[in-house]
Write a protein that binds this ligand. Sequence first.
Ligand code: ZN
Length: 410
Amino acid sequence: MADYNQLVVLDRIRRARTGVSRVELAVATGLSAQTISNAVRRLLERGFVVEGDRLIRGRGKPRTMLLLRAESGYALGCHIDPVALTFALVDLSGRTVDQSVMDTPAGPEAVVAALAVEVARMRERNGLALADVIGLGVAVPGPLDADGGRVVHPPWLEGWGSVPLLDLVTAATGLPTQVEKDVTAALAAELWQRHHDLEGTALFAYLGFGIGFALAHRGEVLTGSSQNAGEVGHIIVDADGPQCACGDRGCLGVSISLEYLVGRAVDAGVLPPGTARATPRELDCGMAALAAAAVAGDEAAVEILRRAARRVARGIMIVANLLDADRVVIGGANAERLAPYLDAAAAAEFATRATMRELHAVGFDGSAVGSWVGAVGAASLVLDEAFTPKAASLVLDEAFTPKAASLAHG
Ligand SMILES: [Zn+2]
């Protein structure tokens, strides 16, 4: 998909859920009727678009609706989490057509090998050749050296130092690969599943082994200067909270980490004293047991989770104020366990501390994708990349003069 105008037109067609006519495309893009006609003809020839019903809208002759042919391309996504590898296959419309999950093997070499096997298996199961897949997105916990596709000492991934993940996965799968932070991928998944209806400033709070944020403005994910935006682990959310490695007390990351919460549950007698919590899986099991105890009515368990929820809500409120957000989506493996307490905590926090509360509400939502959000998001980012007309192709386009290009950016 190279041509700039074709991409602009294709992007409009895929965003129109019930189809769009050539006349509407011309109005929406500002391109001439002739340019639209040429671009649509090429997209029909290449099989990305099909013609649908002829509809009468307003006066004039019936207009043929144009629809994305969802099965004309696919993207794969993999989320590398300390406990599980999740995989998703999405079609060109962003719809998930296949998914799978396995335990995370130890060490980067074993993860890359397992990933390559599962990606090939998923392609074969769905009858897809390498050329039918636009690309593979890999979502990982940050931080990320995005230029080099390198994961840099991700917390909780044992044996991972500085790993050139992009090169390793590209070589092992033969697919064009991109690597992104998992929370960024998660927000991309929400945008696609909600048909890019998150119009204002949206936050995604990802609760996994710790917490991370992603941000989108008018449907575009913003990632910062090195794609590592959203690392807010050292915001202080509770002056009486636990000691953090940074020297302060009550930082958001440490106050709601699985390590700390499971430790609290052991101290409070909610979990047995010998509860193993050395590995990510053991911590995850401990956290599940803590959440189950709370659901069963254990008062000490409820209090631990209620306090954690208040700390999460405080962190979300600070970030929402900073960015003037009007929508917060909360997801990640640990979000479900805190969900029963988060609504009340967030309502209390925002009623007193949301600085914009007299101007606009802040909507709260669970994830529309659930536990697959990282993998679906990684695949969604591949679609974003494929659909986004690049500045480079804009400059190279013959119809575009440098002056017009600089005006467009100004
Ligand atoms: Zn700290």
